[in-house]
Design a protein around this ligand. Structure first.
Ligand code: ZN
Length: 174
């Protein structure tokens, strides 16, 4: 396994809509393992393929024991290939989110509290998962990435522009 470089704003791949995976094979499984290692190393709780420069629809997440205030270190990695959120609860939950592609940016985001997501697992088998709480937040954040959506899109355009300009300046300075 190896660590992959994480793409940050303003790289255009973060704004691209990723395309579906056609085949679940050993190459993909190796990439998923590398993404998990990269995510744990960062450390983060989720990573989408375009954040490591692959414009395909797969994500890895680990919301731990699915509780906000318990810090026991149980690993619970989930790999979701071609994830599709097929239902969302009316009840909402708000969470302060960060993003490995937007270092030092935190945004309060309200999202549906419970979702049902369909995906292929790393064996290529279809799975339907009901997620709630923190896990549901993380999955929605990562699926947003596959559609080119970022946490700053939940801000006013004024606040978003300030952040985008800061990242552009940082990129220019190298
Ligand atoms: Zn993110």
């Amino acid at each position: 396994m190896s660590l992959l470089p994480i793409i940050t704003l303003p790289d255009p791949i973060l704004r691209q809509k990723s395309t579906p995976v056609e085949r679940v094979d050993d190459d993909l499984r190796r990439t998923l393992d590398d993404m998990l290692e990269t995510m744990y190393d960062a450390p983060g709780v989720g990573l989408a393929a375009n954040q490591v420069n692959i414009a395909k629809r797969f994500i890895v997440v680990d919301a731990g024991n699915n509780s906000d205030d318990d810090d026991t270190e149980t690993r619970n990695p989930i790999c979701l290939i071609n994830p599709e959120i097929v239902s969302r609860s009316d009840t909402m939950r708000s969470c302060e989110e960060g993003c490995l592609s937007l270092p030092d940016v935190r945004v309060d985001i309200e999202r549906p509290e419970r979702i049902t997501v369909r995906y292929l697992d790393r064996a290529g088998e279809p799975v339907e998962l009901e997620a709630e709480g923190f896990l549901a937040n993380v999955i929605q954040h990562e699926v947003d990435h596959l559609d080119g959506r970022l946490i700053i899109d939940f801000l006013s355009s004024l606040r978003r522009d300030v952040i985008v300009r800061r990242f552009k300046k940082l990129a220019r300075q190298g």
